[in-house]
Ligand binder design. Sequence first.
Ligand SMILES: [Zn+2]
Length: 317
Amino acid sequence: MPKVINSVTGPISTQALGQTLTHEHVVSANWNMRMCYEEWFNREEFLAYAAEDLRRTREVGVTTLVDVTPVCLGRDTGIVREAALRSGMQIICATGFFFTENQWMYNRSVDSFLHYLMHDIEQGLDGTGVLPGLIKMCTDRLGVTPINERLLMASAMAAARSGLPVATHATHLNDGAQRQMDILEQHGVPLSRVVIGHCGDSNDLDYLEAILRRGAYVGLDRFGDEAKNSLENRVNTLMALCERGWLDKILISHDYVSFVDLGAFEWRFQREKDPDDAVYNSRYIHRYALPLLREKGFPEESITRLLVGNPRAYFEA
Ligand SMILES: [Zn+2]
């Protein structure tokens, strides 16, 4: 059944999603550093770059991009909306908190975290009035710490109250994904509305099927991040899952970001960059993964299922 969902430029029907990348980011620029040092980030220069980057991704056939940037990772919904308007890309944003622990999180109750999530859901993100289309929850190498558990509980409660789908950030190096699903189920969120993120970094079919058997989607969402898993492995694992009957429960994406202040970068180098300087960008699936899948005999209708049918079903669940 078609459903109306929130994009940064207003409500859209799930019928209009088209080819959708379900785990991406436009910008991740630390707010503390931006506030303290003007040279850290240039909004106008970045916008021109991001709009061009997104325009090129539209050119390969992608019509919708889901930006799952959480609070504490430099979410800037005003920039995302402007980049969507300039590029014509439909973009859906998220509410939720990252797994990193900040001073203000200590001794904070589940209800307090929930208050801020519901603020986003009811009043919009970052003062823009843009409503989120999904909820992000994050667990990583720290595992489910006491703070993380409260964040996961608040996110699960927000998902139960709002009916929004959930996208997670998880690592296959610990039991975070299973713990996330436990907490979601305990709060009455059907796992058919949930995608466990970063599953594609693993080629362990037991790990992946343990998630799929509970009814959640697996996010094979880092295509192009060769350091974490090679293209050959990612494609082989995807095909092995499809052979076992899981085609309808797989979401593919890149986890790419047009600008991230990770490590020792300097803004002046950003200025000289072209969006295609690196092969890893939000066109990688179309340029490298799909040709390899076709070469290996993966059916065209299954590619359409991955890019169009599954994202739509996830938002309609
Ligand atoms: Zn991500």
